[in-house]
Design a protein around this ligand. Structure first.
Ligand code: AHR
Length: 513
């Protein structure tokens, strides 16, 4: 058994919990839109063709904001193709994913879905093949009340009220050579500056996200952010980060320690952004939008849903693409990414798990069939539900393990929030010990723990192993169950034992002391 001692202090706060940290992503990719959120004719489809089973799971997941329509897709997309009478919309080749895009689903359909899902829209514009004029036209179409050509077209297309989209991505992954319209940092920085300026001239209330690096491993990482922001600092409000991780060659310990890399990535981007701030001698702070993050098995799979396999096939509508099936280990790792994001919630104020349905997603659905929760659904859903009020600084002292790729890591990884209005403190915990239980002591300062109101854990189910997953045949193999034996001792400390390889939360009723 390993041990960890965790302390929080009521006054040592990081920031209010940013609700937009619980974002997701819907891309026109694979079966995320078609047969994911949208499937006219499905037994659960409503009058608009939205799958209500997926809508319900989305609401239960607690998603706050959804990025749309891409991703790599957006860098070749013409948004005008997706508005107006459906029967007149063009069929196009989407080069990013070797797919035929029917455009049966576009901005209006997404806005209607977002309303039903109760989520905010985060709209990405195409700065790969397009530019300033199309960007400002889209803002006018979406947000201007009426009386101009673009806004009146929106009204004619059925939306009297503006969509009121606040957050906009200025393109996607334009640092990546795979991206349609890949650019140098100077080329992109100037384009983002001019597009951002023109968009804010149409609607000054919008918030803009500049493209950051597609990963901390990119050869241009650091230089990209510095150069882009040297051009566009005044126009933009956030810079983006994207990161995907997977277990390589059975090296579970490195995978379990991979949130170290997320911490490093976030802290390096903060340092770079603030270096530009210092150089410009400005008081304006740019925050971070971690608008793609997840586990993604990018290497080692030869299944029919891999992009390099799909590329060899004839052009098709919504082929299966990267429909990763997640296991217990993946869920624990996702829990550590959520902890990392929450601990950096003073600067990471938007984050989007990629993606929502089918494509590397917490929700899976089958065409004409059911929808179900993957293992990674649970840490997200519980944290989105319970993290409220202020993020607390977590001081943790405990046993560590070594990992080949990401150095030493604590077995027990934690984050915590305190909601004064509700008298609620929540501790989110991951035990990264593959075989070791963890003995956890949790001390509170400035707060007194009255009772344990709820405690749950996700771990290897009986008869299963760390690869157990929720599948079409076995949709609830892995889930949350009550965490037994969490108690408050005579000194007011909370004591508990975490099972090996687990993700858990403990909710406490607390008073200020
Ligand atoms: O989320 C899948 C893809 O990953 C996105 O389209 C792209 O932005 C990233 O490389």
């Amino acid at each position: 058994m390993t041990s960890a001692r965790i302390t929080v202090d009521r006054d040592f706060t990081i920031a209010p919990v940013p609700r937009r940290l619980f974002g997701s992503f819907v891309e026109h990719m694979g079966r995320c839109v078609y047969t994911g959120i949208f499937e006219p004719g499905h037994a659960t489809a409503d009058e608009n063709g939205y799958r209500t089973d997926v809508l319900e799971l989305t609401r239960e997941l607690g998603v706050s904001i959804v990025r749309y329509p891409g991703g790599n897709f957006v860098s070749g997309y013409r948004w005008e193709d997706g508005v107006g009478p459906v029967e007149q919309r063009p069929r196009r080749l989407d080069g990013a994913w070797h797919t035929i895009e029917t455009n049966a689903f576009g901005l209006h359909e997404f806005a209607g879905w977002a309303k039903k899902a109760g989520v905010e829209i985060m709209e990405a514009i195409n700065l790969g093949t397009r530019g300033v004029d199309e960007a400002r036209a889209l803002v006018e179409y979406a947000n201007h009340p009426g009386g101009t050509a673009w806004s009146d077209l929106r009204i004619a297309n059925g939306a009297k009220e503006p969509f009121g989209i606040k957050v906009w991505n200025l393109g996607n992954e334009l640092d990546g050579p795979w991206q349609i319209g890949h650019k140098t940092p100077d080329e992109y920085g100037r384009l983002a500056q001019e597009a951002g300026k023109a968009m804010k001239l149409v609607d000054p209330t919008i918030e803009l996200v500049a493209v950051g690096s597609s990963g901390a491993h990119m050869p241009t990482f650091g230089q990209w952010e510095y150069t882009v922001l040297s051009h566009a600092y005044d126009e933009v409000d956030y810079v983006s980060l994207h990161a995907y991780y997977q277990e390589h060659d059975g090296d579970a310990l490195s995978f379990l320690a991979s949130a170290n890399d997320m911490d490093y990535f976030i802290e390096s981007v903060i340092a770079t952004v603030d270096a530009v701030k210092a150089k410009r001698q400005t008081s304006k702070t740019i925050n971070l939008s971690f608008d793609e993050w997840n586990v993604w098995y990018q290497r080692g799979l030869e299944t029919e849903d891999q992009p390099h396999v799909v590329e060899q096939q004839p052009w098709r509508e919504h082929p299966r693409l990267i429909e990763d099936t997640y296991n217990v280990t993946d869920a624990v790792v996702v829990g550590t990414y959520l902890n990392s994001l929450l601990r950096h919630g003073d600067r990471v104020t938007i984050a989007n798990q990629a993606q929502l349905v089918n494509v590397i997603a917490p929700i899976r659905s089958e065409e004409g069939g059911p929808a179900w929760r993957q293992t990674i659904y649970w840490p997200f859903a519980r944290m989105a539900e319970l993290a409220s009020g202020e993020i607390l600084r977590v001081a943790a002292v405990g046993d560590k393990f070594e990992s080949k790729e990401y150095g030493d890591a604590e077995f027990v990884d934690a984050s915590s929030t305190y909601d004064a209005d509700r008298g609620r403190l929540v501790l989110f915990l991951a035990n990264r010990g593959l075989d070791e239980e963890a003995d956890v002591t949790f001390a509170l300062r400035g707060l007194a723990a009255g009772s344990v109101t709820r405690a749950e854990v996700l771990t290897v189910p009986e008869g299963g192993d760390r690869f157990t997953a929720n599948t079409l045949e076995s949709q609830d193999a892995v889930g949350m169950r009550r965490l037994e034996n969490v108690h408050i001792d005579e000194s007011g400390q909370v004591r508990l034992v975490l099972p090996a390889l687990s993700w858990a939360f403990v909710e406490l009723a607390v008073t200020e002391s």
